[in-house]
Design a protein around this ligand. Structure first.
Ligand code: NAD
Length: 485
């Protein structure tokens, strides 16, 4: 085993779980056994919540300008440890080193945004009647929880950790059991940065811990990122227990390509969007609607896809089950009459025979009722559907239950605007394959891609992680009394 067994992080210390149940952490890159991760019990969660609750009064009363100093130091530590963190991220998740470096750079950007929060949360004050002032302040919620998926072992935790904690909350993180290693390094760096014990805790585990988080009376808010199926379960359970909840789900992102799109740029964007992180991004292009005659662009997309080579510039998918599931989708589409233009099935990487690779796959003549057209595949696969008009393309996009992202490729501003207005997705791209809004703009989809109000990052996070206190004050008796004050 390459690394020591993964431990929980409670009250500033790496701690054994009270449960003996463990699962293996296998690298998708080559099948190497990296570590084991505990499937913690409710007792571990209770201990973590107790520690967070104890830490909350001192942490929340510390002025935000002092709290934020920890995250200035954390940002420097991320920069200094970028390569080793990226290496670990690649090993546990399977993405390429370049993609992992970009992921850690994104963690740095997210932390940088959190350090601007003191400037953004300053409250308002106004004399509302003679001698009477109203003021608002953003108060932290208390102990909060963040449940995260496997596809970004460092970035998705950093969507919530810096903002929630700078805003004065104490957090329990529940990492994905498939990629538990990076979060431990994040905990170490936060400790070195000077974060007091108990402000940040990690409890590893599976469904038992997620349910215990949703049920724990001392957890005030739950953020979740993962599949739609589990997002719905978590949202229902957490809100049933009167907690604030924001649950981000899966996606099926449509790219609409118009005949006047610039072929080279479009092909590069489409290929990069479908294959980046082996297609395991909630912002990945998964369906393309070819409007009219765009065959020369499709040829170029295939050319670009063939340049993407597993083990070189394409990472592995998370595990064997995922590889089999993705390949099954491709085979079913083929059986139903779709045409496989570039086939990524049975990909092998020399020297990494136990790695779980799927090559880039371009499927043409897909019908909207096929599974590859409707369902999230979460692999480097794009399904091309053909329509005659933009309205038909929009009807396909609008009919899918998700709503994370949609993009249009065209040189016609009017057509782009028409699609921007009508696509049913929270994040829209024009000539952009992965339209992720960068800080301070918030990240979040619509429809079945997100449950709850607001978005998870950027300025939206302030509303989620705080509650507004409104104070009315009067110090001079001559101000008198009226029915409003
Ligand atoms: P997942 O839903 O299987 O797991 C997410 C988290 O839920 C993990 O921590 C996991 O341990 C926990 N979990 C799993 N099964 C559970 C159950 N039955 N009850 C309670 N908790 C459970 O998701 P994943 O496979 O880790 O990640 C991939 C999914 O995440 C994709 O659908 C992807 O689109 C989505 N995702 C969405 C966004 C977004 O911003 N919308 C971002 C990243 C990933």
């Amino acid at each position: 085993m390459k690394y020591n067994p993964v431990l929980n992080f409670i009250d500033g210390e790496f701690t054994d779980s009270s449960s003996t149940r463990k699962i293996e952490v296998i690298s998708p890159v080559d099948g190497e056994l990296l570590s084991t991760v505990p499937m913690s019990s409710k007792i571990d969660l209770q201990n973590a919540v107790k520690s967070a609750k104890n830490a909350f009064p001192a942490w929340s009363r510390m002025p935000i300008k002092e709290r934020v100093q920890v995250f200035f130091r954390f940002k420097t530590l991320l920069e200094n440890n970028l390569n080793s963190l990226a290496q670990l991220c690649s090993e546990e998740n399977g993405k390429t080193l370049g993609e992992s470096i970009a992921e850690i750079e994104k963690c740095i950007e997210l932390t940088e945004f959190a350090t601007s929060l003191p400037q953004l949360v300053a409250g308002e004050i106004m004399e509302v009647s003679k001698g009477v002032e109203c003021r608002t302040e953003h108060a932290p919620l208390g102990v909060v929880a963040s449940i995260v998926p496997f596809n970004f072992p460092a970035m998705v935790p950093c969507w919530t950790i810096p903002n929630a904690i700078v805003l004065g909350n104490c957090m329990i993180l529940k990492p994905s059991e498939k990629v538990p290693l990076c979060s431990g390094r994040i905990a170490e760096l936060l400790k070195v940065a000077g974060l007091p014990n108990g402000v940040f805790n990690i409890v590893h585990g599976d469904v038992e811990i997620v349910e215990a988080i949703c049920d724990h009376p001392d957890i005030q808010a739950v953020s979740f990122v993962g599949s739609t199926k589990i997002a719905k379960i978590v949202y229902q359970r957490a809100t049933h227990n009167f907690k604030r909840c924001l649950a981000l789900g899966g996606a099926k992102n449509h790219l609409m390509v118009l005949p006047d799109a610039i072929p080279g740029m479009t092909a590069q964007n489409v290929a990069a969007s479908m294959s980046g992180c082996a297609g395991q991004r909630c912002m990945a292009a998964s369906a393309m609607v070819a409007v009219g005659d765009v065959d020369p662009i499709i040829d170029k997309i295939c050319e670009e896809a063939r340049k993407i080579v597993p083990g070189k510039n394409l990472g592995a998918v998370i595990n064997k089950a995922s590889k089999e599931r993705i390949e099954h989708y491709i085979s079913e589409a083929e059986k139903q009459g779709a045409k496989i233009l570039v086939d990524g099935r049975n990909a092998k990487v020399d020297g990494k025979e136990n790695g779980t690779y799927v090559g880039p796959t371009v499927i043409d003549y897909v019908k909207p009722d096929m599974a590859v057209a409707k369902e999230e595949i979460f692999g480097p696969v794009i399904s091309i559907m053909r329509t005659k008009t933009v309205d038909e393309a929009l009807a396909i996009e609008n009919a899918n239950p998700y709503g994370n992202a949609a993009s249009v490729f065209t040189q016609n501003g009017g057509a782009a605007r028409y699609i921007m207005e009508r696509a049913s997705a929270g994040m829209i791209g024009v000539n952009v394959g992965v339209p992720v809004p960068r800080e301070p703009f918030p990240f979040g989809g619509w429809n079945d891609s997100k449950f709850g109000v607001g978005d998870i990052t950027g300025k939206s996070s302030i509303e989620f992680w705080t509650k507004l206190k409104k104070s009315t004050t009067k110090w001079n008796p001559e101000a008198g009394v009226n029915w409003m004050s």
